[in-house]
Ligand binder design. Structure first.
Ligand code: 5GP
Length: 181
């Protein structure tokens, strides 16, 4: 891991190594493989763009039950803060009617995005949905929805890397960095 990373006007320092991320994904995949083993319906893996791209890819290749991949793009963050309003930038790429959907998120913060996706899936006629997030900020998340699969809980700080950006930069970093003081 680099000692520090500079993106735009801000400096970020090491936070979670790629090794640790991969270990968390191994554990999530093992749980999902046990729970979906022999399931009759093929679940939809719904990648929430852009942040969850790397996580979805790493998770998907570890799953040993049949899955179908769909995606959608939502946005709420500007710079290092949430705007509170979740915009649909690109809708669902497939038909989820009567399907079980596993929502794949990079990070759950306020949970506004999850609430919005659950609404969209309900309106589209999905049978059921589960949430799988690599990271969670439990101090901030106060929604009623159960988060079915959580890779790691982190404090309320702004992070980048492994798909997560600061104004579109930093997504390609294999490790995760946190905003420095
Ligand atoms: P929520 O709707 O739960 O507040 O926020 C979810 C989305 O906000 C995430 O999918 C992610 O795109 C963005 N987000 C939340 N926390 C962070 C963070 O610490 N760093 C980055 N880069 N994005 C975040």
């Amino acid at each position: 891991m680099k000692e520090k990373i500079v993106l735009h006007d801000k400096t970020f320092v090491p936070f979670i190594s790629n090794e640790e991320i991969e270990k968390a994904i191994d554990e999530l995949a093992a749980r999902m493989n046990a729970e979906f083993k022999g399931c009759e319906d093929v679940p939809v893996l719904l990648c929430v763009l852009n942040g969850a791209i790397l996580f979805t890819a790493e998770l998907m290749k570890r799953l040993d039950f049949p899955v179908e991949l769909m995606s959608m793009k939502l946005s709420s963050y500007t710079g290092t803060h949430t705007s509170g309003e979740v915009k649909t930038v690109m809708g669902l790429t497939g038909n989820v009617k009567d399907r079980m959907v596993i929502i794949v998120e990079d990070i759950v913060d306020t949970g506004n995005t999850i609430v919005k996706i659950k609404e969209i899936l309900k309106d589209a006629g999905a049978k059921d949905s589960k949430v799988c997030t690599l990271l969670l900020k439990p101090e901030v998340y106060k929604q009623e929805y159960r988060l079915d699969y959580v890779g790691k809980s982190i404090p309320n700080a702004f992070i980048v890397g492994f798909g997560l950006d600061y104004d579109e930069l930093g997504r390609n970093l294999p490790d995760i960095y946190v905003l420095g003081q």
